[in-house]
Write a protein that binds this ligand. Structure first.
Ligand SMILES: Cc1ncc(COP(=O)(O)O)c(C=O)c1O
Length: 408
């Protein structure tokens, strides 16, 4: 079968929706249109049953004891806002210190900046060369004013998976609330809020083959009972934490997507890991001075991030983008020409941070697609290097750092 172009390999920005998810959602757009809070007639009961089932499916995926701990939101960004601002407001009397990392997604970092302007102190922990947070550094940064630790489960650019269970244990020992942004990890790798000591967890449906516009915040109800201040005032839906009518079809889709992920995650992860390694080997065997960013093993199976020395990531994308959808940096910042702050945080030099490309495989990726994208990436990088005076100089043995550029 001929390849269908363009090929989507940007699954960290969003995932294609699984057709089974759409099928589950459709009746809730038409005949099952009731309001889930209408307690006094069958239309409401039917809608409520759909939402309850979805809550259960999501709770099962993340290992929550009680479906009531799942609070529906509009997506990952809102969940993160609710978690961070909600804890800050609710626990302000207890302390004003928040611990997070330099490689969180913009939603987390921007909330933290706002909280700083409001008088909170935020410590942004560095990460090592492979993108891992050091738990001992985290321990040392805790003060008696620390009310929240927020560390993402897996990074959206490099895929590195953090030692979440260790952080959860530490947070428990010190009586600090632990939030994790699991938008990239949930549905892809095992996530268990009980086993990992997670108190608050943000997830979004569109990154696990569900619809856009719905997400959730897991809020622990026991050991300890965690409370977050609501960001929106209104009808007191979602146990008072998130007012507003739950978008029933979207919630049902999220639930179905979570159920499918739970069933297929093991096999899917293995398959995508094999495909990812194939892509990585194909590229690294043909291109010199190409470096994989992130942890070699502790990373999401579908994620590959490579810096190609002497070429701009943006130029590589321009060479490929008619036939392959890839990304440099994260989806939201790739429109600017700033180097990725995540890659920069790994301590690689700024040229390499400018030259990173992110490949994201997904449920529907095939070997043929991987081979095509791999081959084309190699061709484009080689062509750009042929035109690059820097590459030529480097190949002649000139140390580029010693060059005094005119105008410097
Ligand atoms: C790590 C991470 N956190 C949060 C978000 C935001 O989620 P949403 O798009 O559902 O608002 C994203 C989106 O890509 C993400 O990758």
């Amino acid at each position: 079968m001929p390849l269908k172009l363009p090929i989507f390999m940007d699954s960290q920005s969003t995932t294609p929706m699984d057709p089974r998810v759409l099928e589950a959602m459709l009746p809730y757009f038409t005949e099952k249109f009731g309001h889930p809070a209408s307690r006094n007639h069958p239309f409401g009961w039917e809608a409520e049953a759909g939402v309850d089932k979805a809550r259960e499916q999501i709770a099962t995926l993340i290992g929550a004891r009680d479906p009531k701990e799942v609070v529906f939101t509009s997506g990952g960004t809102e969940s993160i806002n609710l978690a961070l601002k909600g804890v800050a407001e609710m626990y302000r009397e207890k302390g004003n210190h928040i611990l997070t990392t330099t490689i969180e997604q913009r939603a987390s970092l921007d909330v933290c900046k706002r909280l700083e302007r409001q008088g909170f102190e935020v410590t942004y922990l560095p990460v090592g060369r492979e993108g891992l947070v050091d738990v001992e550094t985290l321990r040392a940064a805790i003060t008696d004013k620390t009310i929240l630790i927020s560390v993402m489960f897996a990074n959206n650019e490099i895929g590195t998976i953090q030692p979440i269970a260790e952080i959860g244990k530490l947070a428990k020992e010190r009586g600090i609330i632990f939030h994790t942004d699991a938008t990239q990890a949930a549905g892809k790798v095992p996530v268990n809020v009980e086993a990992m000591g997670i108190d608050l967890l943000s997830a979004t449906a569109h990154l696990l083959y569900g619809p856009k516009g719905v997400g959730c915040l897991y809020v622990r109800r026991k050991n300890p009972r965690v409370r977050v201040a609501a960001m929106m005032d209104g009808g007191g839906h979602e146990r008072g934490m998130r007012s507003g009518t739950v978008p029933v079809p979207l919630a049902v889709g999220f639930g179905k997507a979570a159920e499918i992920c739970r069933e297929v995650m093991g096999e899917e992860g293995k398959r995508l890991g094999v495909l990812r390694d194939r892509l990585q080997d194909l590229i690294l065997s043909k291109v010199d001075e190409a470096y994989v960013n992130g942890h070699p093993t502790q990373r999401l199976p579908h994620n590959l991030n490579i810096s190609f020395a002497y070429v701009e990531g943006e130029s590589v994308l321009m060479g490929l983008n008619k036939e392959s959808a890839l990304s440099s940096g994260s989806a939201c910042t790739s429109s600017t020409l700033e180097p990725s702050y995540v890659i920069a945080a790994l301590g690689v030099d700024s040229e390499l941070a400018h030259s990173s490309i992110r490949f994201g495989l997904h449920r529907f990726s095939t070997e043929e697609e991987v081979d095509f994208v791999g081959r084309r990436s190699v061709e484009v990088v080689q062509r750009l290097r042929e035109m690059s005076p820097l590459y030529e100089l480097a190949k002649e043995g000139v140390d580029l750092k010693t060059i005094q550029w005119k105008g410097e």
